[in-house]
Design a protein around this ligand. Structure first.
Ligand code: NAD
Length: 504
């Protein structure tokens, strides 16, 4: 039900078959501006009937879109790329208003999304198959890749435009029709993308947006017409979605949470390591799945590194994302902010030391969901602040004596999304790259998000499924391989042969 307040604010709707559609469900969520705590909009929540409507629209559009020439699809994607480029500011502002991240960070998110659209413009080359002439006498074999049909994506609150584009670009480039269920906390960016896609010439029904919560997700997981699910979000939800959707016969890639370690060797450049740790821990208020949340300080680097990080924290400007001077915005909700802050208490009671306490940040006194950058030292595996994905501006320092001890800690962690090593020793970095059980590794790079022509994905509890997202593995995910064996013999030589076909 809409609250009284709801009638006073605009209501964000679904986008189905090329037009805005309100649900019949009479279920709504609220969208808040995390910088002020104010309700900025209401969002309609889908039920199974809305998902059915969207899936029917996507199914109806599939045949014609699939048959559209590759170069035509590339042309449409190219126009979409240009429209997103021209509307960077508008999209970024919508992101900042609902997510809270700074405008410059939101602009960076759109820029990384653009890379994925650019990659997808190469779809005619990406879908080239292989051809083997004369694999037997007079017989040729070739492989083609065909779209799956209707595919769906479910996305998190922390990248309202980039993660939908990760999925959307390759899904439709490959000839599928796509149904997006964005995070209910940040519904606007997806609607902007849908509007731009229509302007770019994406036919109605090829890209649909269904707003909502678990009810909408459950309907997607049950829908027989939906052939594949891409998910990005927290690990428990990723695991549950992977299990349900695969049981229902769907192809699934479900990316989960993270606990990313940055290993600092004693020979690292201290200032560079401190700059990197602060940037990667507190950018986007720590609400990035590739944020650094643990620094493993090896040997005598620990004391000077903690001091260098502490000094830099004091200079971070916390404030509303639209304020040009702000470097770090609020967290997504009040509940989440309070949960993140609770780790500062539990850390103390478990024996860690609070070096910087973000609760003393002046911005926390307003109605927005702010927490200042916080630093914990002498953290150890087993403590709550180490074990949990905090997903906020809290950086933990774990002190270790050796590289081997640091490596063991990283490899024993259940997550395996990103990691980084800071050192001036190429041999040590090479060894780390070889040893570490994590999907994305940075060498003197704190946030190693792969460029769009590689693929993004973690290991262990950070990804359920076989294929990583976007890039070449994204193309694989959104297509079936089909292998054709063909011959054009003279029918005169034809005879019955019950033997198993062999190469002649
Ligand atoms: P979330 O798991 O709460 O929500 C993600 C999506 O799932 C949303 O669309 C939401 O509506 C839906 N959802 C939530 N609970 C559900 C349930 N019980 N059943 C079905 N659907 C449900 O995640 P979030 O809070 O939006 O995003 C933060 C999380 O996402 C963090 O854990 C972060 O590490 C992770 N993340 C991972 C990556 C990655 O690439 N690995 C990228 C971004 C974010």
């Amino acid at each position: 039900m809409k609250t009284a307040e709801a009638t006073a604010t605009r209501t964000l709707q679904h986008w189905i078959g090329g037009t805005l559609v309100e649900s019949q469900s009479q279920r709504y969520g609220i969208v808040t501006n995390p910088a002020t705590g104010e309700v900025s909009a209401h969002v309609t929540f889908a039920d199974a009937a809305d998902v059915e409507r969207a899936a029917a629209s996507a199914k109806a559009a599939f045949g014609e879109w699939r048959a559209t020439a590759l170069s035509r699809r590339a042309e449409v994607l190219f126009r979409l790329r240009n429209l997103v480029d021209a509307n960077r500011q508008r999209i970024a502002e919508a992101i900042t208003l609902e997510n809270g991240k700074t405008l410059s960070d939101a602009m960076g998110e759109v820029a990384r999304g653009l890379e994925n659209l650019e990659f997808a413009c190469g779809i005619p080359s990406l879908l080239k198959g292989g051809y083997s002439e004369q694999s037997s006498r007079g017989v040729d074999v070739y492989q083609i890749r065909q779209p799956l049909g209707v595919v769906a994506g479910i996305t998190p609150f922390n990248f309202p435009a980039m993660v939908p584009i990760w999925m959307l670009a390759n899904a439709i480039a490959c000839g599928n029709t796509f149904l997006l269920k964005p995070s209910e906390k940040v519904p606007s960016a997806s609607l902007l993308l849908a509007e731009l896609a229509q302007q770019a010439g994406v036919p109605d029904g090829v890209f649909n947006v269904v707003q909502g919560d678990k009810v909408a997700v459950d309907a997607l997981l049950q829908h027989a017409e939906i052939k594949a699910i891409s998910f990005v979000g927290s690990t428990p939800v990723a695991k549950a979605i992977y299990e349900t959707a695969t049981r229902n016969g769907k192809r699934v890639q479900a990316l989960g949470g993270a606990k990313n370690h940055m290993l600092v060797l004693p020979d690292a450049d201290l200032d560079m390591a401190a700059d990197a740790a602060v940037s990667a821990a507190y950018g986007a208020a720590g609400e990035r799945c590739m944020a650094i949340s643990v620094v493993l300080a090896v040997g005598n680097v620990a004391d000077p590194l903690v001091e260098a990080v502490r000094q830099r924290i004091g200079r971070i400007r916390v404030g509303a994302g639209l304020e040009p001077q702000s470097e770090m915005g609020p967290l997504i909700t009040r509940e989440h902010r309070d949960r993140v802050a609770s780790y500062l208490d539990s850390a103390t009671s478990e024996g860690a030391q609070v070096v910087a306490d973000g609760r003393s940040e002046p911005a926390t006194r307003g109605e927005g969901f702010f927490l200042g950058p916080s630093l914990l030292d002498h953290v150890e595996p087993g403590m709550r602040c180490y074990n949990d994905e905090i997903f906020g501006p809290v950086l933990s320092v774990v002190r270790v004596e050796t590289y081997a001890e640091a490596l063991r800690i990283i490899n024993e962690n259940p997550y395996g999304n990103g990691t980084a090593i800071f050192t001036q020793n190429g041999g040590a970095a090479r060894q780390f790259q070889f040893d570490v059980e994590v999907g994305m590794v940075g060498i003197n790079v704190p946030i190693p998000v792969p460029v769009a022509y590689y693929s993004f994905g973690g290991w262990k509890s950070s990804l359920f499924g076989d294929l990583h997202m976007y890039g070449p593995e994204g193309v694989q995910f959104y297509t079936h391989a089909k292998v054709v064996t063909s011959r054009w013999p003279d029918p005169g030589g034809s005879k019955v042969d019950l033997g198993f076909p062999q190469v002649r």
